[in-house]
Design a binder for this molecule. Sequence first.
Ligand code: AMP
Ligand code: GLY
Length: 407
Amino acid sequence: MSDNQQINVLLVGGGGREHALAWKLKQSPRVGTIYSTDTANPGLADLCKPIDFPFDLKDPFRIQRWCIANRITLAVIGPEEPLCAGLADMLAGDTRAGGGLGGAVPHVFGPSKEAAQLEGNKEFAKQIMRAAQVPTAEARSFTDFESAKQYAQTRPEPPVIKAAGLAKGKGVFVPATPAEALAALERIMLKREFGDAGNVVLLEERLKGREVSVFALVDGRTIYVLECCQDHKRLRNGAQGPNTGGMGSLCPTLAIDDAMMARVQREILVPTIDALKREGVDYRGVLYAGLMLTHAGPKVLEFNVRFGDPECQTLMARWQGDLAEHLIAVADRRLDTIDLSWSPGVSICVVLAAEGYPDNPRKGAVITGIDEAAKVPGVQVFHAGTRRDEQGRIVVAGGRVLSNVIG
Ligand code: AMP
Ligand code: GLY
């Protein structure tokens, strides 16, 4: 691509993470129009143009045609669902993805469907980790309720219970008692609350320690480790209440030092990418390792194939340089050429959630004070579960509502 060519972006996804990505992409001098698949998010509506057709992954030909007609040069895929469904392959022109128009988008940021199994299929992830000898929690998988129940009862303490498939971040239970473990198994395997995502269930050893989120850009050849973040999962202050999608984040975290980061790269990231390569899987995008720093060293809790939310908001607040160029370099296997640095200091994100979150978020409440908050020096307000009502007011429309970043 020549240096003065304008970059039109298709940004897929409509949460706080995507608002932060759009905000940073907008700062790239060569970015022209950013099209968003979800401009019902008022933050995205301010920065992006809406796409003018229903974005349906079952109609790849229409998506491809639209990308070509609108001269999309970079596609950035935020959430895991479209990645696991093969959107990156479809846009990049892998004909196995069912598309007719190969190569609709020259630069696609996000891993292929095969590589996205690292998040979409926890059994696959465990197999890769075993093959790579990557430290992780001991786990066994089950398809039958009675066998899973019996196994859980024989464990010295209740195991962590996970639906193996994609469950919108809700298919993981960390039970404190055997009764809670049983209830979790019933929800996944008998009531089938997560549908087919619960066909296979993993029962895992419970790891103890501090949790950190390590992100790396990966272009199939080169790994570029980003600043380490910490995500606060529990709903209430003082690490109390149920696990959530993330109530806040910190970047960088003091929980991990340079020596430990080097160890994570050596013992976890590099062997995982190598093991994928041996399986014929080419990983290009961002790899997110959720780690527990245990007494025996760092161990993988899970892999994700996208930026974390709300970790992305804190990463974007400190990201220096041209994000669009960086993401294109990943897509083009030129990661070794990028010039990425971090603004000094720490960025902190605090998530505002709806009353009743995470189980029953109550929608409709009017939110005020956003403009005043955004005027505070160093503060960015990113929209997640918000909408504009008929009178133009911002109202609560989801669980996690706003991410306020100071950085
Ligand atoms: P996951 O989606 O697999 O990361 O799980 C969500 C959250 O559950 C993690 O961020 C941890 O807080 C917790 N968790 C998952 N697996 C384990 C484990 N083996 N031991 C302790 N906590 C875990
Ligand atoms: N912050 C956790 C996640 O994005 O999965």
